[in-house]
Design a protein around this ligand. Structure first.
Ligand code: COA
Length: 374
């Protein structure tokens, strides 16, 4: 391959951003200048969502207003609820999530209005309503009654409530909240770049987020948290883990939940998520997944020097919380909507059509012969 081709846009800086900074050399990640670890310990998810969307942490009054706005927008239309109820039960929840945002676009009177004010309003609506519709599918496909959202609960509590009909203890809610904070934003990853690319043709926010969800679904990106759980289920018990992972590496398999395009010495989000995974495992009296987790991780680092990414600890954490495996990536979606929306608005504010070049390597120039001459 020619040297001037940067396959996968490897190492290419395509634009500026003020939203987040990934610093692989010092293993750090900041949102609007704040270290993500600090945000996890000192904030609730709504504060971080406000920060990502607006550029600064809210004061008390701003947070109250933002929470109220979210609570008031949680309800979905009867139309959307019925669409979700009638989705094929075997449909992948990521495909349902993609369709949900698309339908929200059909229902919004301002879909084509790309003014900053309209886009912020639409971002908040998508952020507030998508979890309601995803939770509705979580229950509807099991033939269970759909639970409408509750106003006086936090974002995380309300999601548990809509999925399970109850809110778990505060340590479980905190671990979930931390996972949402860690998933909120991560600079020019593939789904965010997809959202920015769609936006660059001056298309709308619903379309850009729909495309971003399709991109996130892939196992090389967000879909990895689901794949991690499939891997742990295949391993079955800690006694099998060492042999299983060594065989996978001998056979040159890609091990899900490991490696990263930017972080080569470890993902800055992992130590925090790992801490909360271990807390949840202790609360749930789980020893199995913790042991498998540690054995696979140690072999990956020792044999390949490849470190876990954030999807490695979130997978088993969501499993222990009671979520179905194919709902792990939709949970990523309900958080990342904030990052995508911020990037979509940033792209609109200083837009340039994204249109790279390609090197042609097909047949030489040739002439079309008439049918009876061929
Ligand atoms: N398991 C086994 N080997 C891996 C690996 C993994 N998870 N991740 C990277 N490698 C190996 C590759 O096989 C390659 O080896 P080689 O040089 O001998 O061919 C080398 O490390 C470089 O990997 P490469 O795929 O070129 O790096 P990348 O920057 O293009 O890929 C990912 C990054 C994320 C796509 C890749 O690490 C991966 O597929 N990980 C698993 C999926 C995942 O967890 N995705 C979530 C990311 S947050």
């Amino acid at each position: 391959m020619s040297d001037d081709i940067k396959k996968g846009l490897l190492g290419i800086v395509v634009d500026e951003t003020t939203i987040s900074q990934v610093m692989p050399d010092i293993n750090s990640l900041t949102y609007r200048g704040y270290a993500v670890q600090d945000l996890c310990e000192k904030c609730i998810f709504e504060e971080v969502a406000y920060l990502v969307l607006n550029g600064d942490l809210p004061n008390k009054k701003e947070l109250k207003k933002f929470k109220k706005e979210l609570e008031e927008n949680r309800k979905i239309t009867v139309n959307l609820r019925e669409i979700v109820r009638h989705m094929p039960k075997k449909a992948h929840p990521m495909d349902v999530a993609r369709t949900i945002v698309s339908v929200l676009g059909l229902e919004d009177k301002e879909t084509s209005n790309n003014s900053p004010k309209a886009n912020m309003k639409k971002a908040i609506k998508i952020f507030a309503k998508t979890p309601t519709a995803i939770a509705a599918f979580f229950r509807a496909r099991k033939g269970k009654r759909i639970i409408p959202p509750k106003k006086d609960l936090t974002f995380a509590e309300n999601f548990f409530y809509m999925c399970f009909g109850k809110v778990p203890n505060k340590d479980i809610v905190k671990a979930f909240d931390v996972s949402l904070i860690l998933y909120a934003e991560h600079s020019f990853n593939v789904s965010t770049f997809t959202a920015r690319t769609i936006t660059s043709s001056l298309s709308d926010i619903h379309g850009a987020i729909t495309g971003a969800i399709a991109s996130l679904k892939g196992p090389l990106h967000g879909g990895a948290n689901e794949e991690v759980m499939h891997m742990m289920n295949k391993i079955k018990k800690p006694e099998n883990a060492f042999k299983w992972i060594n065989k996978a590496l001998d056979e040159k398999e890609v091990v899900m939940g490991f490696g990263h395009r930017v972080y080569k010495k470890g993902d800055s989000r992992v130590p925090t998520m790992e801490k909360y995974f271990k807390k949840v495992a202790k609360l749930k009296k789980d020893k199995k997944f913790i042991k498998i987790y540690d054995i696979v991780k140690n072999v990956m680092i020792k044999r390949k020097d490849i470190h876990p990414n954030v999807d490695y600890p979130t997978g088993p954490t969501y499993h222990l919380m009671g979520f179905d495996t194919d709902f792990f990536t939709p949970i990523f979606v309900i958080s990342r909507i904030t990052g995508w929306a911020a990037h979509i608005m940033e792209q609109h504010a200083a837009n340039k059509l994204i249109r790279p070049l390609s090197k042609y390597s097909g047949p030489e120039h040739r002439k079309v012969m008439l049918l009876n001459q061929r």
